[in-house]
Design a protein around this ligand. Structure first.
Ligand code: ZN
Length: 370
């Protein structure tokens, strides 16, 4: 397998970046289809539409129906064909962005993602996560191309709920922890190769940025301000984590996170929160990590308020029997847990989750957080 790195063609981040959307989009086409929901349009609609009009672009305004489903992507494809739109612009959260990516790839037009929250690392990636009509996760597709442009207005993101930024830190924290594991075994990345030194350096940088600026960024956003720490964490959550996960590799943290939505009690969680618990579980499973590394990660998560116990993820008192379903999925053929340099068994995963819960509870108590 060769070393492969994939990335978007352009990444733009800054205060008020959306106002300059027209300047960046006119290089790509003339007729952008803008996909967003009413809430997002209410927040950024005026600024974005004015920016497009300034450059003489003719937007096609499309109301997103709420989930990245086959039906919704087909609907957007129909609109692209009827209107002759030549750029699909997803504005909002991961589901909107993933829908725009899928519709653009399948019609051969340009892709632009404008995340309005930094809760996960989807905006730079070539992947779309699929849901069925009832909102259940059904899998994901990796497209042959990444977005042509990722446009991140940090002012918009700093004014979004702080919970989303913290969830993004959970997804980003996992990137380095998982990429390191995949590197040891030469496990394949989503790009269809193995990781490069560049992808590893980016993944590690994201981890360091979070440890240094994560708590400060959270405090700033809670106080409604956009500071250099917030900018750095937005970059870590979206760019470092996006490139790092896609061109690095995934492992148990994401495998556990992907299993949690099958528990009804976990439905309220954001993806990055599920990954946050997955990271601690993976660290408790991995023989190669030092306790310093484990404490560093768990204490960071406790400090920023990521979930580290069963209680935090809605599973207080969960039985070993129920956890076995997660263990079995993790230990199945083709699982992301195959990235580890040792065989991951169902029992070991269940033990690791129980150990993570106990560790999380103790570190929270030590930090004076109930
Ligand atoms: Zn993720």
């Amino acid at each position: 397998m060769h070393n492969i790195l994939i990335a978007p063609r352009k990444y733009v981040q800054g205060r008020g970046a959306l106002a300059e959307a027209g300047k960046h989009l006119k290089i790509l086409g003339n007729k952008p289809l803008v996909l967003w929901d009413a809430t997002v349009k209410g927040i950024v609609g005026k600024t974005l539409l004015a920016g497009l009009a300034e450059e003489g672009l003719e937007p096609v305004d499309v109301d997103f129906q709420g989930d990245c489903t086959r039906k919704e992507v087909d609907r957007v494809i129909g609109i692209i064909k009827n209107t002759g739109a030549d750029i699909a612009v997803g504005v909002g959260g991961g589901k909107t962005l993933d829908t725009a990516k899928a519709a653009a790839i399948e019609t051969g037009i340009r892709i632009v993602t404008c995340p309005t929250i930094a809760s996960n690392d989807s905006p730079t990636s070539a992947a779309s996560v699929w849901y069925d009509d009832d909102g259940n996760f059904t899998g994901f597709d990796c497209w042959p191309f990444n977005p042509d442009l990722v446009l991140v207005d940090s002012l918009v993101i700093s004014r979004a709920p702080v919970r989303a930024l913290v969830a993004g830190m959970g997804d980003a924290l996992a990137t380095w922890v998982e990429a390191k594991v995949a590197l040891q075994t030469g496990a394949g990345n989503i790009a269809g190769g193995v990781s490069t030194a560049a992808a590893m350096a980016i993944a590690e940088l994201g981890y360091e940025v979070l440890l240094e600026h994560g708590l400060e960024a959270k405090r700033a956003v809670e106080n409604g301000v956009l500071t250099p720490s917030v900018e750095k964490v937005i970059e870590a959550n979206i760019l470092h984590s996006g490139l790092g996960f896609e061109s690095g590799g995934l492992a148990t943290a994401h495998m556990i996170a992907n299993c949690l939505p099958s528990f009804g009690e976990c439905r309220h969680l954001m993806h990055g929160e599920e990954v946050g618990f997955g990271v601690i579980s993976q660290l408790c499973l991995d023989k190669a990590v030092s306790m310093d590394e484990v404490y560093e990660a768990v204490d960071f998560e406790v400090a920023v308020g990521l979930p580290v116990t069963f209680k935090d993820i809605g599973l207080e008192g969960v039985s070993r029997d129920r956890l076995k379903s997660i263990g079995d999925t993790c230990a199945s053929d083709g699982s992301l847990c195959e990235s580890h340099c040792f065989k991951v068994t169902s029992e070991a995963v269940v033990d690791a989750m129980i150990a993570a819960d106990a560790l999380g509870a103790e570190r929270k108590e030590l930090a004076g957080i109930v």
